[in-house]
Design a protein around this ligand. Sequence first.
Ligand SMILES: [Mg+2]
Length: 362
Amino acid sequence: MIIRDIQVGEISLPLARPFKTALRTVEHVDDIVVRVVADTGEVGYGEAPPTAVITGDTKGSVACAIREFIRPNLIGMDVEDLDGIMKRLHSCILKNTSAKAAVDMAIYDLWAKRWGAPLYKLLGGARTSFRTDITISVNPIDEMVADALDAVSRGYDILKIKVGKDGTGDVERIAAIREAVGPDVQLRVDANQGWTPKQSVAIISAMEDRNLNIELVEQPVKAHDIAGMQFVTSRVYTPILADESVFSPADAIDIIQKGAADLINIKLMKTGGIHQALKICDVAELYGVECMIGCMLESKLSVSAAAHLCCGRSVITKADLDGPSLCSVDPFTGGPVFEEALVTMSEAPGVGLSAIPCEHWS
Ligand SMILES: [Mg+2]
């Protein structure tokens, strides 16, 4: 199965509601999509959201990296030579992790189709379904409480609450949500780098003192402030999850060895795809650290690839794959089934999606 072409397109899907974090407000999923065409006529699909504030990638940079650097390096290669393809993909251009992720997942899609198996089975086959949380955007307290109750009424039992814009006022947000949803709903808190190290310790300690029972706090401090995150992790009982601080396997090793976080959040757009994400899984497993798998504002296309990884590896014990649920439409055919909190794999070969809502490929 030889790679004959790599084509780029665009998709745009409206979100059901604006997505608000300490870093940004977004109303559409507006992503680059990729298809890798093999000489057999089979196609692998990938997707990359241009998350400028986190990865530095824009639509233009993703499309250019794929067309000018990745495509000429991979055309003519045999899909069975997955190792060789991945070496070239990751050496033909530095950084550009979203572009690499889109092509990586399309190649893995084709590779699994080559062997006639669903991708998650070839990645390890740890499970066939999992539950994801859903994100509650940062808003006035009343609105966040209403959104939390709505999510619980739709069957979500894990909520990821965005904070980080309001310092110690964030404690009241979380307390109000805990009071409203009761003790049985798991609450994760994501500050998206919004606190200083000392603020983080004060806020997390206050949440502990009030018995708000928070499962984890994600990326409390600036991405580059590893010493600051270590300061926080060593002073609170609540587990700290590194997100924006960990892009590569080398980042994961550094964070784990320094004790700067208790958990690692893997996102394909940070690692540059499944190949590098698997290395983080291996590193984490060696050190006895559990991983979460997350997504950016992505459609079902790329989130499905992440879902396969989640089902492949048991070291991924938490899922934050709510991208498809946040979109107001689902124009895709096939792939894993996203039913609110429950994600169930299909037995179709590859990632499983058979129709992509993109009309112009070039
Ligand atoms: Mg995060």
